[in-house]
Design a protein around this ligand. Structure first.
Ligand SMILES: Cc1cc2nc3c(=O)[nH]c(=O)nc-3n(C[C@H](O)[C@H](O)[C@H](O)COP(=O)(O)OP(=O)(O)OC[C@H]3O[C@@H](n4cnc5c(N)ncnc54)[C@H](O)[C@@H]3O)c2cc1C
Length: 396
């Protein structure tokens, strides 16, 4: 039987291992940590958002570049993933925001254990505490404290470069660069962004949420919520814009994003509420007639001047587009995912490295982006399936 070595034991690797034909291949997963799926467990800490419930086309649109991800997602979409989990005995439910989670009461560790047990029962060997260190002069895989391994097929699934504690350090970058593979610099994605808050504002509003808001940047609209932190802004609405903001920060020192504090109302509706208000003090109107909370009003004050605040017509427009100045991205290690990694033109449609034969790369180590909402795990699991299908279809 041909040997397949999978390096890294995260979601992409586990799904590949679950789907690969073990009657055809002898498969070993090499994972440097003492257990698999550490980042998967971290992902579960705030609620394990496995995928997103929407149409296949809408799902694909969330990936960048969507052209690269489209065939992968079509091969194993959100419903296929849910069906697969159900077959393993993991029930799921769709939350109010269309995010898909394991059934209430099922812990992320149980989901992970079910998958790992399935992979082991499928005949795949696990080698934990086994850190891949590169290639020797014969092109064999080398490991810390282990003999070199010759393998017919090698699949790298080493993850991105955030949350290093989980094993995803991105330290594989230099090894691939030595093999002349273009690895784009890692940058934080789905991350916090820095705002220079006025001291008075942050002292009162640190930790406060801004719910049911929308953000716009560069013609992209993201609805959701934000949380005010000392550093700046966090939350799904800004995470969804993170790739675009990061790209702009490459060339500009500051980026202005526009915050809509009343996304469900038009400017005209706000204006008429304002005009019909019985109160005269602006803050009272904002609070009582427009239902803006103290944090929203404080933020409006921080990013507007006195003229705006005292001019109802301008103020009404500004409520729909508060210009928030972003100065930098949060630290890479604290980001939910990373931009950068192996450039997509370094691999073919089946994830094979064009410069190293029979060597593949899947998961977050490739340079693609998706917002939070289950898209990241869906993308990694779909890649695992797509590569397994390809390897299973190879002759001999
Ligand atoms: C805080 C947080 C919350 C998240 N929440 C969600 C969520 O709710 N929904 C969602 O879809 N996604 C979420 N994600 C993202 C998701 O967890 C990742 O996209 C996904 O785990 C990436 O999978 P992967 O298989 O590509 O790599 P990883 O999960 O990063 O796995 C890579 C593995 O490779 C191993 N490895 C690295 N180097 C070596 C080496 N030299 N030798 C051997 N092994 C090595 C690592 O130890 C690691 O186990 C979250 C991430 C974080 C950090």
């Amino acid at each position: 039987m041909k040997q397949v070595s999978i390096i890294g034991g995260g979601p992409a690797a586990l799904m590949l291992a679950a789907q690969i034909d073990t009657a055809k291949y002898s498969v070993t997963i090499y994972e440097k940590k003492k257990t698999a799926g550490r980042k998967f467990l971290v992902a579960g800490e705030g609620g394990l958002n496995l995928t997103f419930s929407t149409s296949e086309d809408a799902l694909i649109q969330q990936y960048h570049p969507s052209g690269f991800m489209a065939p992968i997602i079509r091969e194993f979409n959100n419903q296929d993933f849910i069906n697969w989990l159900n077959q393993l005995g993991i029930s799921t439910f769709v939350g109010s925001s269309n995010r898909v989670f394991p059934k209430q009461g099922v812990k992320p560790i149980e989901v992970l254990k079910t998958i790992v047990d399935y992979v082991a029962a499928h005949g795949v060997q696990f080698k934990f505490n086994t850190k891949w260190t590169g290639w020797n002069t014969q092109g064999d895989l080398t490991f810390e404290n282990e003999a070199a391994v010759t393998s017919d097929i090698v699949v790298f699934a080493l993850g991105g470069a955030s949350w290093k504690v989980t094993g995803s350090t991105g330290s594989w970058k230099s090894k691939f660069e030595k093999r002349h593979i273009n690895v784009l610099p890692f940058r934080a994605a789905n991350c916090a962004f820095g705002v220079n808050w006025q001291t008075d504002f942050i002292n009162i509003h640190e930790g406060k949420p801004l719910k049911n808001i929308a953000l716009t940047f560069n013609n992209v609209l993201a609805k959701g919520e934000l949380v005010i932190s000392k550093f700046g802004l966090e939350g799904n609405a800004i995470y969804a814009l993170s790739q675009k903001i990061q790209d702009r920060l490459l060339t500009e020192k500051e980026v202005i994003i526009y915050l809509d504090l009343k996304p469900k109302m038009t400017v005209n509706q706000i204006r008429s509420k304002y005009k019909n208000a019985r109160r005269s003090k602006v803050t009272d109107i904002l609070k009582n007639d427009l239902n803006l909370d103290r944090t929203a009003i404080g933020l409006l004050k921080q990013f507007t001047d006195k003229h705006t605040f005292s001019n109802p017509d301008v103020l009404v427009q500004t409520i729909k587009a508060v210009p928030v100045v972003i100065t930098l991205a949060g630290p890479l290690d604290e980001a939910i995912s990373s931009l950068g990694g192996i450039a997509l033109d370094e691999v073919d449609a089946n994830f094979q490295c064009k410069k190293i034969k029979n060597t593949y790369a899947i998961g977050e180590m490739l340079d693609w982006y998706a917002p939070t909402g289950g898209y990241l795990l869906q993308g990694c699991f779909s890649m695992g399936v797509a590569l397994a299908n390809h390897l299973n279809s190879l002759e001999g």
